[in-house]
Design a protein around this ligand. Structure first.
Ligand code: FAD
Length: 387
């Protein structure tokens, strides 16, 4: 049921098939264990890399596949339909750190970092949030102070997806002084590597869902970062992060559609098997209406996402469309997984069937890379900007 209303090209269908076969063979047998133990096999990163899935939108000159956004999202949906934790790793790496280095990095940074990231030898993470700076990310307080040829960073970054496994971390920190606070324009982006003295992994969060992808705090204590690792211009780091989050939000929308689709497919199959009152529950109109609404929302979310991705690939500004696509797909994922549990009845509430995990995995999509409330703020702001 991964039909796209907007037809896929032959190349997109081939990549979709590759992603689906990979997910079923390499992820499906392990997903329940990774979820139960909050663990993850690093081997998966190597396997994703072998398929080119960690450099999908990076040009071939930097060893990427040079594909468009839509093709990347088709592959991501297939991964998410089987394992949403692996999908968030793939989404963050492809949408945030690699795109930031590609768009704003120097040629030396692209050659050094991007080629290895495109080949999947180095995994990327994105460190914007802090314990006291979430939706209001521009209020972050991690401080970077210039000292000769280096910057010295102090602070705590929070909620860093696979931050404990990452080889390259794009970290936002203040470069304005407390006396000259410049708000969002006082923030710069630094490229960190785990070998840097003063960078330590802190608390690993014990999460409701997405338990395969470790979410950690990072402590920066007198962390010395060479000025060569400043990304782009000083003071532009927040702008870079926000621009890259547009791609990120499309990725989270694809992840959400994968989760919702998996819940729909499981529900359709279960409703045909489960018998009550002498017949399969799919014969009851109450169940049919639920399945119909679930399928409609999944299809509408995917159509909006693919249209937004196509607009991005045409070079159109997509701030509003990316927020709409994320808002619709993530709320669809939460709603559809809730309905799926209802279709399964008591069996939906236990771990014997996959819908219980899908429901837990769906919730975070409404929270990270901008909550649903923040997406609505962005959409409304653009309405007034356009008028
Ligand atoms: C599993 C997970 C992985 C994550 N991965 C990363 C990562 O890799 N890198 C990274 O930098 N961050 C990451 N995050 C952080 C994530 O982006 C933040 O959790 C998110 O931005 C919300 O911030 P907060 O949790 O501090 O909530 P808060 O900002 O405190 O919000 C609390 C509530 O208030 C609402 N709210 C806030 N402001 C407004 C407003 N103006 N109007 C209306 N409502 C408002 C919010 O919508 C929310 O409902 C991750 C989070 C999780 C849970």
């Amino acid at each position: 049921m991964s039909w796209a209303l907007i037809p896929l090209t032959e190349e997109q269908r081939a990549i979709q098939q590759t992603a689906r076969e990979f997910a079923n063979a390499e992820l499906a047998p392990h997903s329940a264990r990774w979820d139960r133990d909050a663990s993850f096999d690093r081997d998966v990163v190597k396997k994703l890399a072998d398929l080119g899935f960690l450099g999908m939108m990076i040009p071939e000159q930097y060893d990427g596949l040079g594909l468009d956004t839509c093709t990347y999202l088709v592959a991501l949906e297939e991964i998410a339909a089987v394992d949403a934790s692996v999908a968030v790793l793939m989404s963050v790496h492809n949408s945030l750190p690699t795109q930031m280095i590609l768009r704003y990095g120097s040629e030396a940074q692209r050659t050094h970092f991007l080629t290895k990231m495109a080949r999947g030898e180095w995994l990327g993470a994105f460190a914007l949030s802090e314990p006291d700076a979430g939706s209001d990310a521009a209020s972050l307080t991690t401080q970077a102070v210039r000292d000769g040829d280096d910057y010295v960073l102090n602070g705590v970054k929070a909620w860093v997806s696979h931050g404990s496994m990452a080889d390259v971390i794009l970290c936002m920190a203040r470069t304005d002084t407390p006396a000259e606070r410049k708000g969002a324009r006082g923030i710069s982006t630094f490229i960190l590597t785990p070998d840097m003295v003063g960078l330590t992994t802190g608390k690993k969060e014990d999460k409701m869902g997405l338990r395969g992808d470790p979410t950690v705090q990072l402590a920066l204590n007198d962390l010395r970062v060479p000025s060569a690792n400043l990304l782009g211009e000083e003071g532009m780091g927040f702008v870079y992060a926000m621009q890259s989050l547009e791609s990120g939000r499309l990725g989270i929308a694809a992840q959400s559609i994968g989760i919702a689709r998996a819940a729909l497919e499981a529900s359709v199959a279960y409703a045909a098997e489960r018998k009550q009152f002498g017949k399969a529950i799919k014969e009851f109109q109450g169940i049919q209406f639920k399945l119909a609404d679930m399928a409609t929302k999944v299809t509408a979310s995917r159509a909006l996402l693919h249209a937004a991705a196509a607009a991005k690939d045409r070079g159109q500004p997509v701030t509003q469309f990316a927020s709409m696509a994320k808002l619709m797909a993530t709320e669809t994922a939460m709603w559809v997984t809730t309905q799926a549990i209802q279709v399964f009845g008591g069996y939906g509430y236990v771990k014997d069937y996959p819908v219980e995990r899908l429901f837990r995995d769906a919730k975070v999509t409404e929270i990270y890379e901008g909550t649903s409330e923040i997406q609505r703020i962005v959409i409304a702001r653009e309405l007034y900007a356009k008028s």
